[in-house]
Design a protein around this ligand. Structure first.
Ligand SMILES: Cc1cc2nc3c(=O)[nH]c(=O)nc-3n(C[C@H](O)[C@H](O)[C@H](O)COP(=O)(O)OP(=O)(O)OC[C@H]3O[C@@H](n4cnc5c(N)ncnc54)[C@H](O)[C@@H]3O)c2cc1C
Length: 431
């Protein structure tokens, strides 16, 4: 078959891999100038490694991604450094990424709250009943079973940070279950950074015969009378394919395929998601003298963003010419004012918060800044979300759709992009 894929992120590239391996002719259309999608990276000329546009790592439980990396023969390039994640209690930061650290954390006292926190965590790790969890909100379930104090101290800041006040009380408990179930404290990366992995993967695909059309946003996908699909771009003549897989957001799919039936379009547009804004800084000096990597910043303490991540407390600053790389990131409603602020304006707003990590920090330390923004960054799973997930096989013959909104009950991640991309490829090859 002659197949077009929209998007050179991990869903698109993973689908292309299986389709090309099965002997199909695959063309990938990508709006950006490089592969990797949300997990892409950028590099300065004097850096050896790339920095991710949005902080990224793999968990040890990412079986789909690690399985693919094995198939590609690239496993020797996956590294698992041991970074430290910290949470705040009474203005101080405490490591919170192992059972001993959780036991030592003073924020829950030494009595019933710590026991409830531990038991609830263990129960969620062991149970597989996510269908029951999607009928209740995180807010309701956690307050009932973990208790008010544990929820307010440990989980609510994450839920508010990720989904904002608007959705914090509406997100279903299966989302929290999936996070705890599928994540490990050891975090993996790729030698050279995530962009190097995307480039290595794309190179293998090219060797397999896959054609990449970069800087080529698809404007429209139109079904033809003989059950084929025409892909319209500004750069190429309209080309016709037997199958098309779109890996863009639900909103973009609805825009590019107005021919979709109204019910399916309505379903796409009803899906909720959050955007992300990440300011990246290269600094002259190390920010966290304790070597902490990931700071969970509680908004209730007045922090203007959710996560401060000192990348070079995870991988060595030697890869970046001795510079220290720090991300300040947040998940926001599309249309939030951060989407229209420049990197200079964001830095100005963030400086007081960064000084709470290290009072010596000043603008003087900042060598360079970058800002990346994505309108579609985090799907929001509301109650009974499984009933609202669009089918991968759309109602239009030959048109398939695989996005972050469909990997549920799992939370979005490159691991699940690989899984859904490969699942879509299998469906596309069915007779
Ligand atoms: C802040 C943040 C942190 C994250 N952290 C992690 C992490 O630590 N670990 C992890 O595994 N995952 C993480 N993720 C999630 C991960 O990035 C995504 O789940 C994954 O990259 C999704 O892959 P995808 O292929 O489904 O979509 P995308 O990566 O979004 O790929 C879609 C591609 O389609 C292209 N496109 C869009 N419109 C068009 C068009 N009209 N024509 C042509 N091309 C088009 C886009 O340019 C893009 O390249 C994070 C995401 C964010 C935002």
């Amino acid at each position: 078959m002659n197949i077009a894929i929209i998007g050179a992120g991990y869903a698109g590239m993973s689908a292309a891999y299986d389709l090309a391996k099965a002997g199909h002719k695959v063309t990938i259309y990508e709006a950006a100038g490089h592969p990797g999608g949300l997990a892409a990276g950028f590099k300065q000329p004097h850096w050896d490694w790339s920095v991710e546009i949005f902080y990224h790592h793999w968990f040890q439980s990412d079986i789909h991604m690690l399985g693919l990396i094995d198939e590609l023969g690239l496993r020797h390039k996956v590294l698992y450094p041991r970074p430290l994640t910290v949470v705040m209690h009474r203005g101080k930061w405490y490591p919170f990424d192992s059972i001993p650290n959780a036991i030592l954390y003073p924020g829950l006292g030494w009595g019933i709250n710590k026991i409830r926190f531990g038991l609830v965590g263990l129960y969620l790790k062991l149970t597989n009943n996510w269908r029951g969890f999607e009928k209740v909100t995180v807010d309701e379930w956690m307050r009932k079973w973990a208790g008010e104090k544990v929820y307010r101290q440990m989980w609510e800041p994450l839920v508010i940070g990720k989904f904002g006040e608007k959705y914090a009380k509406e997100v279903n408990m299966a989302w929290m279950w999936a996070r705890l179930k599928a994540r490990t404290s050891r975090l993996g990366t790729y030698q050279g950074g995530f962009q190097v992995f995307a480039d290595d993967f794309a190179e293998i695909l090219v060797e397999m015969g896959v054609i990449f059309r970069y800087n080529t946003p698809v404007r429209e996908i139109v079904p033809t009378v003989d059950d084929q699909l025409t892909v319209k771009t500004d750069a190429y003549d309209m080309l016709t394919y037997d199958r098309v897989l779109s890996t863009t957001s639900p909103k973009l799919l609805s825009k590019t395929v107005p021919a979709l039936p109204e019910d399916y379009l309505k379903g796409l547009l009803a899906l909720k998601s959050m955007g992300a804004v990440v300011l990246t800084m290269s600094l002259k000096h190390q920010l966290s003298k304790d070597g902490f990597y990931w700071f969970n910043m509680p908004k209730s303490e007045g922090f203007p963003f959710l996560a401060l991540v000192e990348h070079t407390n995870y991988v060595s600053p030697d890869h970046f010419g001795g510079e220290h790389i720090v991300y300040a990131g947040d998940y926001l409603q599309p249309g939030h004012e951060y989407f229209s602020l420049s990197k200079e304006e964001l830095l100005k707003r963030f400086i007081p918060a960064i000084q709470r990590i290290n009072p010596e920090f000043s603008q003087e330390w900042v060598l360079n800044t970058w800002v990346y923004k994505a309108e579609y960054a985090q799907p929001v799973p509301l109650l009974n979300h499984s009933e609202h997930i669009p089918e991968i096989k759309t109602p239009i013959n030959g048109l398939y759709f695989a996005s972050m909104s469909q990997v549920y009950p799992w939370d979005r991640g490159t691991n699940f992009a690989v899984e859904i991309g490969r699942r879509a490829a299998r469906l596309m090859m069915e007779k």
